[in-house]
Write a protein that binds this ligand. Structure first.
Ligand code: HEC
Ligand code: HEC
Ligand code: HEC
Ligand code: HEC
Ligand code: HEC
Ligand code: HEC
Length: 498
């Protein structure tokens, strides 16, 4: 083409020679490159990540389109300009003549800058991808929404397992699902469409085989675990009361050690299915057990529930039905105060301090700041003469900050834990002696107090040194109670009766 010949028909090309189109072209090339690069990561990465999907399929195309729009806009403006001042177009000749050293230098510089630009784009998109995959992104980007899970997560045994490993994992179909739900989550955060607290359990969480069992071998034999639970009564002296249990976790596979115990549930040869009549799966009126080895099927029901549950609401029990808070568990007010007392961080010399601290934690507060002020005020008012109450107050405040999230209405009360049976029904949702076979004769076995654990020691001081290897009967510090009651009919993680 020759712009020096004014009589030649004008091609549209000169109209692209303007800064706007040039900037648009750089943007378009950069985002096209980023798009190709992200698609490659997306295809080859082990972990799925919904935010990567948003980046790849929404953000980078958006930039590409913006770039192309700029190119067109520049072209159009330039054309108008040239139509008004036709002589303006001729001064800007872009012919490249390799014989001229100046042009050669220009080409080298231009080429190197383009390579640097593309490398920066690649680096930038890779970094963005890394950020979206990190737990900081999940926890902090949607700050208020995920803050409770994020904070608790850092106090759990899975603090080194990324959110994506449990919530997204690998596998094509879950990947697509999580992309859709990830996009939905971003939308719901932007438009404040989420509910507080975020409802649990998550209806289509990936099955345990694809998450937990990638790291935990279900056949592993655990045997007995020795656990101590340190409590204090809510009396004036804050009497300590410790229960030391040997938990029969056992194993799920005969070849790996004596078969049986709590992890009997993990054996693939025993399929336990259940129907829960509430969304939080706290009431289980129907249980079906199928032995895959001999095909025997037994159905257990509570007296109140006769008939069959809706077939699409029957769930096969897996790890998450017991370990439902593996990564972000909220401590109960009781438990967190007792732990701090046992560690000496809340002074047990302050009379009735357990009652006072739990009471301060469980009032209704609109915000964290209000809570911190009122906790301090309430505790100071209770102990006007104590000079050393400061550290205890600071500890109670820290407990609040780490376990209570008023803006999301999230604390232990919204999120039941199914692992035991003291503060929530847990194992007693089934092992309560009230689930019977149709003929009414057979119960779910392993429902007596020594089936899952034996109490090695209980009480305080000297009493804890006398071990009972065969297992002692539980001496309930709260006195005798009707055997028809579940522990969680009275205990709820706060002071009893509150
Ligand atoms: C070890 C596995 C695991 C990890 C790691 C994990 N979660 Fe979860 N998460 C779960 C399970 C299981 C549930 C379902 C809880 C239930 O059914 O009660 C859940 C539930 C949730 C819920 C629903 C509300 C609730 O609290 O039950 C949110 C929100 C959530 N997780 C966010 C996160 C965030 C953010 C991270 C990373 C900071 C994370 N999770 C890390 C296993 C995990
Ligand atoms: C990416 C690997 C990984 C995944 C996925 C994973 N875990 Fe773990 N889990 C670990 C590691 C590592 C530990 C040991 C942590 C330690 O001892 O510090 C652990 C510890 C545990 C413990 C014992 C500690 C405790 O808190 O009592 C339980 C129970 C557990 N995991 C359950 C689960 C469940 C249930 C899931 C699925 C929802 C799951 N894990 C998914 C790696 C994983
Ligand atoms: C019937 C309920 C139940 C089921 C189902 C279950 N567990 Fe457990 N598991 C327990 C209990 C109870 C403990 C004892 C620890 C405790 O109380 O925190 C335990 C302990 C563990 C531990 C800790 C062992 C240790 O050495 O500290 C791991 C890891 C674990 N379970 C993983 C799993 C995985 C993975 C699955 C699914 C394949 C699973 N559990 C299924 C109830 C269950
Ligand atoms: C959804 C109902 C359900 C829940 C919840 C449940 N179990 Fe079970 N469990 C069963 C059934 C059904 C059996 C088989 C009973 C039978 O054979 O009569 C069983 C059997 C057992 C056994 C006996 C295993 C053996 O060696 O024969 C133990 C121990 C056990 N469960 C512990 C627990 C613990 C601990 C929890 C709570 C962390 C729990 N279970 C929660 C339904 C449940
Ligand atoms: C189906 C199995 C199962 C049965 C039956 C069972 N327990 Fe437990 N129990 C557990 C598990 C699992 C834990 C551990 C919970 C945890 O780690 O948080 C536990 C914990 C306890 C604790 C310590 C809790 C704490 O916070 O101090 C006591 C006390 C206890 N059980 C008493 C009993 C008594 C009394 C009975 C009989 C009425 C009974 N258990 C029947 C599974 C069972
Ligand atoms: C009738 C109501 C009731 C029932 C049912 C009940 N408790 Fe209690 N429990 C109490 C009272 C009241 C106290 C004394 C509370 C205090 O001094 O703070 C108490 C204290 C305790 C304590 C020590 C202090 C604490 O707050 O943890 C443990 C441990 C305990 N109970 C375990 C159990 C277990 C396990 C079961 C079920 C097997 C159970 N309780 C059933 C009312 C009950």
């Amino acid at each position: 083409m020759s712009d020096s010949n004014p009589t030649a028909p004008r091609s549209p090309a000169p109209n692209f020679r303007n800064w706007l189109s040039l900037a648009g072209a750089v943007l378009a090339v950069g985002s096209l490159f980023a798009f190709v690069f992200l698609v490659a990561i997306d295809t080859f990465s082990r972990e799925g990540n919904p935010y990567l999907g948003i980046l790849t399929y929404i953000v980078s195309p958006a930039f590409l389109i913006a770039g192309l729009t700029l190119v067109a806009l520049g072209w159009w403006l330039r054309r108008r300009q040239l139509a008004a001042h036709p002589e303006g177009g001729e001064k800007r000749s872009l012919a490249i003549d390799l014989a001229q050293p100046r042009h050669r230098r220009f080409l080298v510089i231009f080429g190197s800058l383009s390579v640097v630009f593309l490398m920066l784009t690649a680096f930038g998109s890779y970094q963005t991808y890394r950020i979206t995959e990190s737990e900081a992104f999940c926890g902090k980007t949607c700050h208020t929404v995920m803050e409770p899970e994020f904070t608790r997560y850092h106090h759990g045994s899975h603090a080194r397992v990324s959110c994506a490993e449990c919530h997204i994992g690998s596998g094509a179909s879950w990947y697509v699902k999580s992309k859709i739900s990830g996009a939905y989550q971003v939308y719901s955060v932007l438009f404040k469409k989420y509910s507080t607290p975020i409802p649990t359990p998550i209806a289509n969480l990936r099955p345990a085989q694809e998450t937990c069992e990638r790291c935990h071998w279900p056949e592993k034999f655990t045997g007995n675990l020795d656990r101590s639970y340190e409590h204090f009564l809510s009396d004036k002296k804050n009497t300590p009361y410790t229960v030391r249990l040997s938990l029969r976790v056992g194993g799920g596979q005969p070849g790996q050690g004596p078969f049986g115990g709590i992890h009997w549930h993990m054996n693939v040869a025993n399929k336990v299915e259940y129907y829960a009549s509430d969304p939080q799966r706290q009431t289980i009126p129907w249980v079906r057990m199928t032995s895959t080895s001999n095909g025997e099927v037994r159905v257990f029901r509570t007296k109140e529930f006769q008939g069959e549950p809706p077939a699409d609401q029957i769930r096969v029990m897996d790890c998450m039905d017991c370990h439902n808070r593996p990564a972000h568990a909220y401590e109960t007010a009781n438990e967190s105060v007792e732990t701090a007392m046992a560690l000496g961080k809340i002074s047990t010399k302050l009379p009735k301090v357990k009652l006072v601290a739990v009471d301060a934690l469980t009032q209704k507060y609109a915000s964290v700041n209000e809570a911190l002020e009122k906790i301090a005020a309430a505790m100071r008012a209770k102990y006007p003469d104590a000079t050393d109450v400061g550290p205890s107050i600071a500890t109670v405040q820290r407990i609040y900050q780490e376990n209570f999230f008023p803006q999301m209405k999230a604390d232990w009360r919204s999120y039941p834990s199914n692992i035991g049976h003291k503060d929530w029904p847990g194992c007693f949702r089934c092992h309560d002696n009230k689930h019977l076979t149709v003929d009414g004769h057979e119960k779910i076995k392993s429902s007596d107090c020594n089936a899952c654990h034996s109490i090695l020691a209980q009480g305080s001081g000297e009493e804890l040194l006398k071990l009972a290897p065969q297992g002692a009967a539980f001496k309930h510090p709260g006195g005798e109670f009707d055997s028809d009651l579940l522990c969680s009919d009275c205990h709820n993680g706060a002071i009893q009766g509150k």
